[in-house]
Write a protein that binds this ligand. Structure first.
Ligand code: HEM
Length: 123
């Protein structure tokens, strides 16, 4: 967000930076965006492993590779921004957000009660 001075990107912005056709190579790890264009050739885990994740949320693949503290230290320098608030998948504590359904409007609880009754009757 503009007020914190951190650049923000959507997942679509990141997807456009997939390293193909001379495009930069970005990846996402826990809602942070990393420009690995100049790092990929130095990557001890090889160019391919990063290229496979180019332009995507690579959190799972990154964690599965059991990266050391050193890897996280390198990442600090490669960070260029964060995913926009609306598209973030992790909360402020770094925990994966639960999928939140649209909040009930005021007085909506009676409707959900009705739904429960209806479901109860059908089920
Ligand atoms: C900014 C992003 C990344 C950085 C800075 C980074 C850094 C490193 C470093 C320093 C190592 C050496 C072992 C260690 O210290 O943990 C490593 C290994 C490795 N990395 Fe990454 N990495 C990044 C992204 C990725 C991604 C997206 C993948 C996707 C699968 C990946 C896969 C691997 C694998 C498989 C190894 C293990 C190589 C081995 O032990 O033979 N890395 N990485």
């Amino acid at each position: 967000m503009a007020e914190s001075g951190i650049k923000t990107f959507t997942f679509a912005d990141v997807a456009a930076r997939n390293g193909r056709g001379g495009a930069p190579l970005w990846i996402v790890y826990k809602d942070s965006v990393y420009d690995v264009t100049n790092y990929v050739n130095e990557h001890p885990g090889g160019v391919d492993s990063i290229e496979e994740e180019a332009g995507t949320d690579s959190t799972k693949a990154f964690d599965q590779a059991c990266h050391s503290k050193d890897a996280h230290t390198i990442m600090v320098k490669l960070k260029i921004g964060e995913i926009v608030e609306e598209e973030k998948k992790y909360d402020a504590n770094g925990k994966k957000k639960k999928k939140v359904l649209k909040a009930e409007p005021e007085g909506g609880s009676s409707r959900s009660c009705l739904n429960m009754v209806t479901c109860g009757l059908i089920g």
